[in-house]
Design a protein. Structure first.
Length: 224
């Protein structure tokens, strides 16, 4: 029986890990409208507050929405802005059906600067179907207002910024704007080994193979 060469196995896994790292660096399923250059408001409890949402379309095999990140500036005198994020299907003019995702209440921790907030729906969506992720103030605590970061115009061609002034009011197109947001996606299904895991495993097996080669008295000892 031919003896297993751990060095060769390790080298193969190492090469595979490097290959996957290269592929992931070249093709990351993400929508990214940064940098943040402007702002739109306001959300919160005060009179005149609105609800703002960004529409988007998942494409390709990566349709599971892992994260959705926005930037919010609490313009109150103290950090007390409470708000939630909601995900709905979108037909071009309004939401469709029930909420697909409703976040927990989020709270600002600073004022006078844009703070990053990441939501993690972990939902499998439908390719080429339009969705809206919107954000609205939540009652409770000290009334506060905030504004959302916006991108440098209409940088995301498959969606846009919409707003509504109340639950019974129509949605309106903000016109030529996008929120500053980052949405990450993955392919639904079973998880696959991470490139970093393969790199570690391959390096370990390669080291074992080399060590066995030079153990005195072993069949792999070339000095005997």
């Amino acid at each position: 029986m031919q003896q297993v060469s751990w060095s060769r196995v390790g080298a193969g896994l190492l090469a595979l890990g490097l290959s996957l790292v290269g592929e992931s660096a070249l093709a990351v399923p993400v929508i990214d409208t940064r940098p943040q250059v402007g702002a739109v408001g306001y959300i919160g409890e005060s009179a005149g507050s609105n609800t703002f949402g960004q529409t988007f379309v998942p494409t390709g095999p990566e349709t599971e929405l892992d994260t959705f990140t926005i930037w919010v500036d609490d313009v109150s005198s103290s950090p007390s802005l409470l708000f939630q994020g909601f995900l709905y299907s979108w037909d071009g003019t309004e939401t469709v059906g029930d909420a697909l995702y409703e976040s927990e209440t989020r709270s600002s921790t600073v004022t006078g600067t844009f703070e990053e907030f990441t939501f993690s729906p972990g939902l499998s969506l439908v390719a080429d179907q339009e969705y809206i992720f919107f954000f609205t103030g939540v009652a409770g605590g000290t009334p506060a207002t905030g504004q959302l970061g916006t991108a440098a115009g209409d940088v995301y061609g498959s969606g846009g910024l919409f707003f509504t002034q109340g639950p019974d009011q129509p949605w309106m197109d903000f016109g030529g704007e996008d929120l500053t947001f980052v949405a990450t996606f993955s392919a639904p299904g079973e998880p696959v080994p991470e490139p970093g895991t393969l790199l570690l495993l391959g390096s370990g097996l390669l080291a074992i193979g080399r060590a066995r080669r030079w153990i005195p008295g072993s069949s792999n000892d070339r000095s005997s």
